[in-house]
Each structure stands twice: as structure tokens, then as C-alpha cells.
Design a protein around this ligand. Structure first.
Ligand code: GLA
Length: 695
């Protein structure tokens, strides 16, 4: 609820629960809440607006930081006034004007749109009104949250360990996360959630913010001793990075917000359909990716048996990962040279692509268009296209290479055109259905603001030319999972780790925001390549099932038994694909995070796919029953195990009678309240069940 009366900067009075119609009288009362004059404070009430600033007597984080180009520091605070407002049932749009000592500086637009699912998108832009132009340093979305939002959850992480939750009290001051990587990063805050103390997956009132942007950003929470508390999101702009000439416009990335009084699952229930509508529509084939199967070993004789094995398993999309292009024998060279390597591929990719297509599979290809290796033809021909100073006689690069590469300056039109043409040529020559679009270093030079927009434009241009191609956003795993790029891509590579234990945690939290079918999850080799840990095939399969499922394993070396199980699993993925791509995610709150239920319930609650996951050795000898909320309490469900090869390892001898009998029929109410007896699963095991309504 936005108070736009008068010409003062509007105030967001409320967002969250539905209040129904608000009488003008009550609006006045609401608007006056907090209007008391605090001791030792301005002599008029401080009521922070959407652009709260010193001109309002507000001493907190300023949402707008801007100066007239070349002008001395202002004597007076910036003044902002509302000039127009338009609104309908689900959106409001406010025009404002900002002035400094010398006159009009900026025309501002602030828009809020509420989606049918209850997701609030705040967008802003700023147009320079100054003849000298303006330097814009910050344009932030700042939204109030109430004092009871006293606990904070956001995320950090590292390569192969994305989305590590961090939780604690909201404390006075700024909890600000500054991401200066030119990508959100493995340590992206991802979703900033504040809520009533102790909020969980199924309980508590929570307010969440995601910054829909793939470049540098500042997000966080501000709590002031005055009691003012706000969620904040802004593009992180370096001084002088955005200079607007007269009439030029800066558009801020969207801030995406949601509220729930049913804990984190309530947030996912809003975000998932929202993201499903935002991200381009696509089908969800089962994938085989060659990376951990062959790495750079791109010999046709090596790959053709993998194509055969993939087809035999029922795989629907074969993705040739890194190593196919000119000179790319390892990760030290050749990025930028996007033509097929003539030595390893004398007939081009045709023999491989033909084999893939002949076996009824789609073909996908890895690319990393935003990068260039110093050891490449592209770098030799256009050294100035690298965002690096390589002139040091001693050979040091500034910034240093990262995975032996630099960012390609895509803000140079010729560089962008080169990449666009190279990719387009490949897409014209081969029937490529899918690009895995990678991004393997932080950006340490140039403007991340300009580069991120150039990347978006490049993807948009490529998609306009080749609308049939689906794209996966990968950045050394999950370092670029955000709703800015989600508008342009169809899948995310969630993490480079295929270790099922690590994947459980990463996927569980990645799926707070992203619907599971957008999150690539692959079955890796028995011994995980990155961690060296071994897992039963059933645990690896159960983990990859709840995502955009695939295999990343040299299955030509797998045993016949394992291949039989994989074949069944691929069929299982296909059987449940409808549910897996439309379901509502249901998680449970348990005494520890080492054992939990993760389920997908179909729209209408006709069926559900349920995983009981144990990550560590049980702390209790008699396992608590498996309880599943989210089904219809008044209907009965037939519940049966889903076979994923051998049954998960259990510590007792005999499974519960219902499981031994192959299933049971119970009501949704019973399942939610009492639950079903389950085996005492060993660590790193998962029991997968299918529930179908019988009446
Ligand atoms: C990145 C990706 C991997 C793989 C390699 C190839 O690390 O995250 O999945 O594609 O690049 O070099």
C-alpha cells in the first residue's frame, strides 16, 4: 500500500498480507503510524519514503545518490517531489522529479507490480534533466519491513558449495552484501529473508528480497535504532561508472519481493509459478553431459560409444561440453576461437551430431562467449578486446588471469558482433538445440554495469536469431543464478559438484527461489570427482531426480547392472516429468537438518513425489514417522516406493510392514499429522515414494 497523497515522495505503508479495501480514514491512521517525534531527532516526524533522504530528516542508507556532473558538493540536500501517479488494481507507477542547488537534476520513475502469485516487482529508472549531465551512484529499492521481522537468513557459498544458509538476528546497522564479481557469485546472497524469530520451511511470517541482476549488486537489511527497518537492493555502481548525458536514462535492475505467513515454502509457492512464467517456456529433456565423462578427451572414437550408451539409456539430449573448439586441448587456451577444432574434428562436429540426431537425441554444445584466453587467435588479433593490461614486461597481467582467461570486452561493438556471428554460424551449421553458456571468472576490469547489459543484449540478439535454441546459464557451476538472466535462459547449472550429499543442500536452498526443473542436477560417477566421496547409486539418482535431471558420468564404463538401473531411472524421470515440472515444493521442519522430507505435490494435490532424505547417521534409534503436509487432508492416497535400483540402506533388518507389503493407502490428514513409519535409513540415503489420490 503506497501513500501517494500530495506531492511528497510516496511512502510504502504496507506490503505483505492482504488487507482488503482500505478506507481513506484508515489510510490516514496508517500513514500516521510511527509519526511520533523521537527524542533527539528532527522536529517533524521522520517517515521514510521510497527515496528516504536527508531532505526528509532521514539519516539512514540513501536510496538515491547522484550529483550534477562537475558541480561542487551541494549545499542543500537533494529535493524530490512527486509529479504524477497512475495505478490500477495490481500496479502503481510514480513519476518524480529530483532537484539540487542548481535546479532540476533527474526525472525518476518508480513502479511496483504485483503478480497473480503475490510477487512484487519494483522497477525504477532515472533520466537526466541536467544540461551538464549527472553522475549516478545509486538507485536503490528500499522497502520497509516490520519490527517483528527480527531474524535474517541469506546465503553465501563457494565453488562447488553454493547456497550455504547463514542465519542470525537482525541487528542495528546495515547488513549489506556487496557483490563485485561481474556475476552474482558462488557466495551470492541469492534471497534475503527476514522473518519472525524461528521461521522455518512451514511456519513463520517472512519477507524476502531477490535482486534480479547478473552484475554487481548491493543487497541487504537496514535496522535503525529509530525502529525503521528496510530491505535494500541496488546495482553496485563505482564512482563515475554511470554518467548520464542530458535526456539519457538509467534503468535499475528489478527488486523482486515476496511475503508469506507460512514460512519459506510459502515464499517458494509464490516464486516458483512466477519464475515459471518469467523464464522462456521449454521442454525438459533428460540430459547426458560429457564434462565429467571425458573432460577434454574429444575423440570421435571416444565419444561415439558414449552416444550409443546414452541412447540406450533413453537420454534425450546429448551435450558436448568444453573441448571441441579450435586449439582447446585444456583450460589454458583458445577461449574466443569459436570454430570447430580441425585436428580433432576433421569432418567438423557432423559425425558426432549426426550420430546423436540419428539416435533420436537433441544435440547441445558448451560455449563461454564472454571470455577470451590470452593464448588464442582472438587475443592475438585483438589484444585490446581483453579486459586486462598485458603490457607488463615481466608477463604479469592486471588483473591476473583467472582460470587462464580474461573477460572479453563485450561493450566494444566489434567484439560483440564477432561473438554473435561466431555463435550464429555454429547454430546455422549444426542442429544445435541447446547451448550451455558458461562464465568462469569474476570481472575485475571494465564496467560490470555496461558488461552485464552487453551480455544481456548479446543473448537477446542470439535468441532473436535462433529462437529454437534453449540456453543454460552456467558460471563455474551456480555463480550466476538470478532472475535477471532467468528471463533469457531455460536452465541453470546449479553447481559443479555432482556429489549427491553436497547437492542435497545446494538444491534444497536453490529451490527456495528457482523451481526445481530449472536447476540442472546430474548423476555423477560412483566416486564424486570433486569431493572423492562415494555414494550408492540410489542416493545419486534420488538427488538428481528432483531437478532438471541428467547424467554426467562415463556410462560406457558403468556395469551392466548400473546401466539397467539408469535406464529405469530415465524412464522414471519421464514418467514423473509432469509432476516434476509443475509441482509445488513441500519441505518439512525437523529437529535437525540431517534428515528431512522434500516433496513435489501436483497442482490439485492428485499426486506427489516424496523423498525422505538422511544426510547423517541418525541421532535417534527409532526414526520419527515420515510426515508430509501439503496433500488434501480429505482424500486418501495410495503410497508406494519408487524403485531406484537397490533399496536405500537401512540399519534395521526388516522394513515397516507397509513398505514390505509394497504400499499403503492413507488419508492426507493422517500423512500430515501422524505420518508413516519408515526404515532407520543410514547416512546419505533417500527413500522415494509416490502418492496417488484414490478418491
Ligand atoms: C565450468 C563448468 C563445468 C564445465 C567446465 C568446462 O567449470 O561449470 O560444468 O562446463 O567449465 O570447462
Amino acid at each position: 500500500m503506497l501513500d501517494t497523497r500530495g506531492t511528497a515522495v510516496p511512502r510504502l505503508l504496507h506490503w505483505g498480507s492482504v488487507l482488503g479495501a482500505v478506507e481513506p480514514e484508515s489510510l490516514s491512521v496508517l500513514a500516521d503510524a510511527g509519526a511520533a517525534i523521537a527524542p533527539s531527532s528532527p522536529d517533524s516526524p521522520v517517515l521514510p519514503s521510497i527515496f528516504a533522504s536527508p531532505a526528509e530528516g532521514f539519516s539512514g542508507f540513501p536510496a538515491l545518490v547522484v550529483r550534477r556532473a562537475g558541480a561542487p558538493f551541494g549545499r542543500l540536500p537533494l529535493r524530490i517531489r512527486q509529479t504524477a501517479v497512475t495505478a490500477d488494481d495490481t500496479s502503481v507507477s510514480v513519476q518524480l522529479e529530483c532537484a539540487d542547488d542548481h535546479g532540476a537534476l533527474l526525472a525518476l520513475a518508480w513502479r511496483a507490480v504485483l503478480s497473480a502469485e503475490g510477487v512484487l516487482t519494483i522497477g525504477m529508472d532515472a533520466r537526466s534533466l541536467a544540461p551538464e549531465g549527472v553522475e549516478l551512484h545509486r538507485l536503490a529499492a528500499a522497502v520497509p519491513v516490520p519490527a517483528r521481522a527480527a531474524e535474517l537468513l541469506d546465503f553465501t557459498g563457494l565453488w562447488a558449495g553454493e547456497r550455504r544458509p547463514q542465519r542470525g538476528a537482525v541487528r542495528d546497522g546495515l547488513h549489506l552484501r556487496e557483490q563485485r564479481r561481474g556475476r552474482p557469485g558462488h557466495d551470492a546472497p541469492y534471497l534475503t529473508v527476514v522473518g519472525t524469530p524461528g521461521f522455518g520451511f512451514r511456519s513463520g511470517e517472512v519477507w524476502a528480497l531477490h535482486h534480479a541482476f547478473s552484475g554487481n549488486s548491493t543487497t541487504g537489511v537496514e535496522a535503525l535504532p529509530t525502529g525503521h527497518r528496510r530491505l535494500l537492493a541496488a546495482e553496485l555502481l563505482e564512482p563515475g561508472e554511470i554518467v548520464l548525458g542530458p535526456g539519457e536514462v538509467y534503468t535499475a535492475p528489478d527488486a523482486i519481493l515476496a511475503w508469506s505467513d507460512r514460512g519459506l515454502d510459502g515464499l517458494s509457492e509464490r516464486f516458483h509459478p512466477f519464475v515459471r512464467a518469467l523464464s522462456p517456456a521449454t521442454h525438459r529433456p533428460v540430459v547426458l553431459n560429457t564434462w565429467e565423462a571425458v573432460y577434454f578427451d574429444h575423440e570421435l572414437e571416444r565419444l561415439l560409444p558414449l552416444v550409443d550408451a546414452a541412447a540406450d539409456l533413453g537420454i534425450e539430449r546429448f551435450v558436448l561440453d568444453d573441448g571441441w573448439f579450435h586449439g582447446r586441448t585444456d583450460d589454458r587456451r583458445a577461449l574466443g576461437d569459436w570454430t570447430v577444432d580441425p585436428e580433432r574434428w576433421p569432418a567438423g562436429l557432423h559425425p558426432l551430431v549426426d550420430a546423436v540426431v540419428a539416435r533420436g537425441m537433441e544435440f547441445g554444445l558448451w560455449v563461454e562467449p564472454e571470455m577470451v584466453s590470452p593464448d588464442s587467435r582472438l587475443a592475438r588479433e585483438h589484444p585490446d578486446w581483453m579486459l586486462a593490461d598485458v603490457s607488463d614486461q615481466a608477463g604479469a597481467h592486471h588483473p591476473p588471469t583467472w582460470r587462464f582467461q580474461h573477460t572479453l570486452d563485450l561493450t566494444i561493438p566489434a567484439a560483440r558482433a564477432h561473438v554473435l556471428e561466431a555463435l550464429s554460424t555454429l547454430l546455422d551449421e549444426y542442429p544445435i538445440a541447446f547451448l550451455k553458456w558458461d562464465h568462469n571468472r569474476d570481472q575485475h576490469a571494465g564496467s560490470a554495469a555496461a558488461h552485464t547489459r552487453a551480455v544481456y543484449a548479446l543473448i537477446d540478439e542470439l535468441r532473436a536469431r535462433h529462437p529454437q535454441v534453449a540456453i543454460e546459464s552456467c558460471a563455474s557451476g551456480g555463480a550466476r543464478v538470478d532472475l535477471g538472466i532467468a528471463r533469457r535462459v531455460h536452465r541453470f547449472w546449479t553447481s559443479d559438484t555432482n556429489d549427491a550429499l553436497d547437492r542435497q543442500r545446494i538444491q534444497r536452498y536453490s529451490a527456495l527461489l528457482m523451481p526445481p526443473e530449472l536447476l540442472g542436477g546430474h548423476v555423477g560417477a560412483p566416486r564424486a570427482h570433486i569431493t572423492g566421496r562415494r555414494h550408492d547409486l540410489s542416493f545419486r539418482l534420488a538427488t538428481a531426480l528432483f531437478g532438471s535431471a541428467g547424467i554426467e558420468w562415463d556410462v560406457t564404463a558403468a556395469s551392466d547392472d548400473d546401466r539397467d538401473v539408469l535406464r529405469d531411472w530415465v524412464a522414471t524421470v519421464k514418467r514423473f516429468r509432469g509432476l516434476l515440472t509443475t509441482g509445488t515444493t513441500v519441505r518439512t521442519d525437523e529437529p535437525t537438518d540431517d534428515r528431512y522430507v522434500h516433496a513435489l505435490v501436483s497442482p490439485g494435490a492428485d499426486e506427489a513425489l516424496i523423498a525422505l532424505v538422511t544426510l547423517a547417521t541418525a541421532a535417534v534409534a527409532v526414526p520419527a514417522p515420515l510426515r508430509l503436509p501439503g496433500l488434501d487432508p480429505n482424500r486418501r492416497y495410495r503410497i508406494e516406493p519408487v524403485a531406484l535400483g537397490a533399496a536405500p540402506h537401512a540399519v534395521q533388518d526388516a522394513p515397516p510392514a507397509w513398505l514390505a507389503a509394497g504400499g499403503i493407502t492413507v488419508s492426507g490428514a493422517l500423512l500430515a499429522e501422524l505420518g508413516l513409519p519408515v526404515p532407520l535409513l543410514g547416512p546419505e540415503q533417500a527413500l522415494v515414494l509416490h502418492a496417488v489420490a484414490v478418491d
